[in-house]
Write a protein that binds this ligand. Structure first.
Ligand code: ADP
Ligand code: MG
Length: 323
């Protein structure tokens, strides 16, 4: 009898300690020109807070290296000097630009980081856009083939005098991948990291899936779709993130490399897949490609699925999501 009581007590104590040992930690900060949000489950306040701090520091580090708005960033230096000579860059930047060029090939040039050769003339906050003549002059500089690599020396050269690159379509995905990798390494098992439109999930939400929404492109208070997800990533590109309206036209931040102007076939694209770096780039690429070519791309890319809201607000799902 006594041993039964102590066994019961032991059970209650064990149950109590398991039930109370962890807690959710969360924080949001404005970094990389967007909102960074982290949620994670941890057994200790110290570990939980340190892990969030580490994610925010990683976001700051990537911003300092890859922002085109920071003059001392590695990216800014590349844009300044690589039209004159090969420039040595970090392995991280070299690899991300290399991957970007591979994706340009895969997407028939829809994802092309040299879009910035014209793109840098848009300022969405100030409602500024390039003149038609400037677009015509600079359009030839938009071509990923101008980017030349010297892998042995980790150097990059732009073989056209007007080339500029911008990693805005892939760097946040990369940052989110890095953030989840470092959380995993520090022993965290359940986490969500979001940088603007790029979200990645580590594990589930303690036995339940994470519920991740895709917002209605024309109403920020409404969700178009909510998806139950775990251990994967979801990135959304939309024409509502950065834009201004002029003469009844919406000038937004996703540009067609063929025209140097905003792409108009769809309102948003969401991609689900394990790599946020790829989700980020693919969401931008499919946005430019439009419904038909975009879905063709997704349907031949294993492990990556997508949901498109077209310019008539109609939803389209890639094959694996409806099968
Ligand atoms: P965000 O999460 O900022 O909305 P997106 O994934 O929608 O980012 O990508 C939009 C960003 O991608 C733009 O702000 C710009 O920096 C970059 N971009 C725009 N057009 C292209 C393109 N055709 N190819 C590659 N990058 C692009
Ligand atoms: Mg993107």
């Amino acid at each position: 009898m006594k041993s039964l009581i102590s066994a019961t007590l032991l059970f209650i104590m064990l149950f109590y300690s398991v039930g109370s040992s962890g807690k959710w930690f969360e924080d949001s900060q404005g970094i990389m020109g967007t909102n960074i949000h982290v949620e994670l489950w941890s057994d200790s306040a110290q570990q939980g807070e340190q892990a969030i701090q580490a994610v925010m520091e990683e976001m700051q580090r990537i911003n300092q290296a890859m922002s085109p708005y920071i003059e001392s960033s590695e990216l800014s230096k590349l844009n300044k000097y690589a039209t004159q000579d090969f420039v040595t860059v970090s392995k991280e930047l070299f690899d991300l630009i290399w991957l970007s060029v591979e994706l340009a090939k895969e997407t028939d040039g829809a994802f092309d980081i040299t879009f910035a050769s014209v793109g840098y003339l848009y300022n969405y906050r100030e409602s500024q856009k390039p003149q038609q003549g400037q677009i015509i002059d600079l359009l030839k500089a938009i071509n990923y083939r101008h980017i030349k690599f010297d892998p042995a020396e980790q150097r990059i050269f732009f073989a056209h005098p007007n080339v500029k690159i911008d990693l805005g379509g892939i760097a946040k995905g990369h940052a989110v991948d890095n953030a989840i990798a470092l959380l995993k390494k520090s022993g965290i098992k359940h986490a969500l990291v979001t940088a603007g439109g790029d979200t990645k999930l580590l594990g589930d939400r303690l036995g339940k899936p994470w519920m991740v929404g895709i917002r209605d492109p024309r109403d920020r208070t409404k969700q178009a779709v909510v998806l139950p997800l775990a251990d994967t990533g979801l990135s959304t590109s939309g024409d509502y993130e950065r834009y201004f309206e002029q003469d009844g036209k919406r000038y937004h931040h996703i540009l067609s490399p063929k025209t140097g102007e905003s792409a108009y076939e769809v309102q948003s694209v969401s991609i689900i897949g394990r790599s946020s770096t790829l989700n980020d780039a693919l969401s931008t690429a499919v946005f430019v490609l439009g419904v038909q070519k975009g879905m063709d791309l997704l349907n031949r890319t294993p492990g990556y699925d997508g949901i498109i809201v077209d310019n008539q607000r109609k939803l389209h799902y890639s094959n694996a999501l409806v099968e």
